[in-house]
Design a protein around this ligand. Structure first.
Ligand code: SER
Length: 625
């Protein structure tokens, strides 16, 4: 069964049980500044788990794209991936443990079907405040009994291992789920609850435990030897952290998350995740390019194949969601993915640029499930190729430099910074190279150098920003005020994901770059023009106030907070267009000025052009007539 068939069966199964099937959210979280990427299926659901009404009802199912940046350097073994899909079904105060256990068992053992004799489960053993989950134990016993299996429940014990058990209870480290882990680490207000995990047994007969570095300890389902693989997690999300413990959420929820690729590996009974169908075509492409086979482990080739497969698939999906390789934020992770893949490609003898071809194999593979990949195909291939070419040019020189340095002794933090500066080696790459030689690099020194460099470049960008206005002539100032109005109108029409990415104003026209995933329609452009012109005609007064950062945020100001805040040492200047004691302002934006005093004299605002400048970034040129 392909991953696409498994995904469909899961969604159909829950749709038939009253669930609304939702499309995957973006890999870039919306309205969640706490994290750079969507790393689990529940992340976009947090407000609803906390009690907000979901517009689609109380039973929901989806397959969510996830990216876990913290796993980049783990990739290379047979099961770590940074990108994966998480199947999810949610009950928002609707059904609870009994239904979830019964349905999940039915899905796994009848729909896929997995052999129930190879399924094991875990439950929460309880803590001071929250009792052992005996209820869930009893439901698991029932469903296993229905297929003739007497499921013994035991407390996990490091000394005794399996104890012929099928249902194991573990403490809060393993069977408590919240975004921040164990209860003690949860911030106030965070939802969480006991969970019940599902494990697939690849079979004792493979001898995985005996061959592993854990062979001296008894094996158990959470052992890292590879015999067991976690395929899903039923979270009974019922609690909310308070200042002195927990309280019940307004409703008891179910949050199930199942790794799609892991389910496919269980169905195929194949412990190497990179041998499931989703990687077949891309694997063949790499074999063609390198002239090696995935399984011949010459110079650690299998490891290299896995890195390339995972990293290029992740980068493909990330670029489709609007991230491009860069030196900061999400873009830096895409850069790291591509550069690490290029390094491993080099290791297995890939002479020509290859990332684009590997990406095309994934685009084809996922075209039906994620049509946006096909729509963004050119951007994806272009961005990958540009990044690969840029890095390829310096990779070999950088590697030679690294060799020289490491032969002389320990590679220092400032060496690492020089490798970064001169050859584009991300810190993590140098660290990995050093690790391969059994050496360590001093991260603090690297960071100090990096900070110094950043301070310099920040000063540079501050100057650039001031230069966003060609001069302070009347024409430029009028267009500057119009730019603020445009910014606000774009957010009103397109949504609050619109953020300023650049601005350049001459006496003739304004130019405004902003984040938005697709081309604007004619209708959207008209609406934006209309809103700006309406506000111009109202002859709104323009004024500024100097505010504390927090106050500005509270009052809903938009704009380039961090840079401006740093420059002005604690206070920022916010321009308001319209608004007084009786009316809300039309626009509130962090800005140094200058601006006109009233909007009435601006004339008529007209968009001349709307075009792409980079993936996920659009550019508008507009004039006042
Ligand atoms: N929230 C749980 C997880 O991410 C189940 O979806 O593992």
């Amino acid at each position: 069964m392909t991953i696409h068939e498994i995904r469909q069966r899961y969604l159909d199964f829950f749709a038939a049980r009253g669930h609304q099937v939702l499309p995957s959210s973006s890999l870039l979280p919306e309205n969640d500044p706490s994290t750079l990427f969507t790393g689990s299926g529940m992340q976009p659901m947090v407000p609803y788990l906390l009690g907000e009404t979901h517009p689609q009802g109380t039973r929901l199912a989806d397959s969510q794209k996830c990216f876990r940046s913290q796993d980049i350097d783990e990739v290379g073994d047979n099961r770590h991936t940074t990108f994966f899909e998480m199947l999810g079904n949610w009950s928002l105060g609707d059904y609870f443990k009994k239904e979830q256990v019964a349905w999940m068992f039915e899905f796994l053992t009848r729909e896929l079907p997995l052999d129930p004799r190879r399924l094991y489960v875990t439950v929460f053993s309880g803590n001071k405040e929250i009792p052992r989950d005996d209820e869930t134990v009893s439901y698991w016993k029932e469903v296993f009994a229905s297929v003739g299996i007497q499921a013994k429940d035991v407390d996990f014990s490091e000394r005794d291992g399996m104890q012929d058990g099928r249902i194991f209870s573990y403490g809060e480290k393993k069977n408590w789920w919240s975004r921040s882990g164990i209860p003690e680490n949860m911030p106030i207000g965070e939802p969480g609850g006991p969970d019940s995990e599902l494990f697939w047994d690849f079979g004792v007969e493979r001898g995985l435990h005996e061959k592993s570095s854990f062979s001296t300890e008894p094996c158990h389902v959470n052992c890292d030897c590879g015999r067991f693989m976690e395929i899903g997690n039923n979270v009974f999300m019922q609690y909310k952290k308070t200042s002195d413990g927990f309280e019940l959420l307004p409703k008891a929820n179910v949050d199930f998350g199942g790794g799609l690729e892991r389910l496919a590996a269980a169905v195929a009974n194949e412990p190497d995740m990179f041998l499931i169908d989703a990687f077949d075509e891309a694997r063949r492409v790499i074999e063609g390019i390198s002239g090696r086979s995935y399984s011949s482990n010459e110079t650690n080739g299998t490891y290299a194949f896995r890195v390339i497969l995972d990293h290029i698939r992740a980068a493909t999906f990330l670029i489709a969601d609007g991230v491009v390789p860069s030196n900061k934020d999400q873009g830096y992770y895409v850069r790291r993915l591509v550069r690490r893949a290029v390094r491993f490609g080099n290791m297995i003898g890939a002479k020509d640029v290859f990332c684009g071809s590997v990406a095309q194999a994934f685009i084809q593979e996922y075209a039906n499930a994620y049509p946006e990949l096909l729509q963004k195909k050119h951007v994806i291939v272009d961005e990958l190729t540009k990044e690969e070419e840029k890095f390829k040019a310096s990779l070999e020189k950088g590697l030679r430099e690294f060799e020289k340095l490491s032969m002389k002794g320990i590679v220092s933090g400032s060496d690492a910074f020089n490798l970064y500066q001169s050859y584009g080696f991300p810190w993590e790459l140098t660290e990995e190279l050093a690790r391969e030689k059994g050496q360590q690099v001093d991260r603090e020194v690297f960071q100090d150098e990096f900070k110094k460099h950043q301070d310099l470049s920040r000063a540079g960008s501050a100057q650039k920003f001031a230069g966003g206005l060609a001069d302070h002539s009347d024409e430029v100032v009028r267009l500057h005020t119009a730019t603020h109005m445009l910014h606000q109108a774009l957010r009103t029409v397109l949504g609050s994901h619109v953020e300023q990415k650049g601005s350049n104003i001459t006496g003739e026209r304004l130019r405004f770059d902003f984040s938005h995933p697709q081309k604007m329609t004619e209708e959207e452009k008209k609406q934006v023009e209309m809103i700006v012109n309406e506000q111009i005609q109202k002859d709104l007064p323009v004024h500024f106030e100097i505010l504390d950062l927090d106050e500005a945020k509270n009052r809903g100001a938009i704009g380039l907070f961090e840079d401006k805040y740093a420059q002005l040492g604690g206070k920022i200047k916010v321009y308001f267009i319209g608004g007084d004691a009786s009316a809300e302002s039309f626009s509130k934006e962090v800005c140094g000025g200058p601006h006109v005093e009233r909007t009435g004299g601006l004339g008529t605002f007209r968009i001349q052009k709307e075009e792409a400048v980079a993936s996920g970034i659009r550019r508008i040129k507009a004039v006042l007539e």
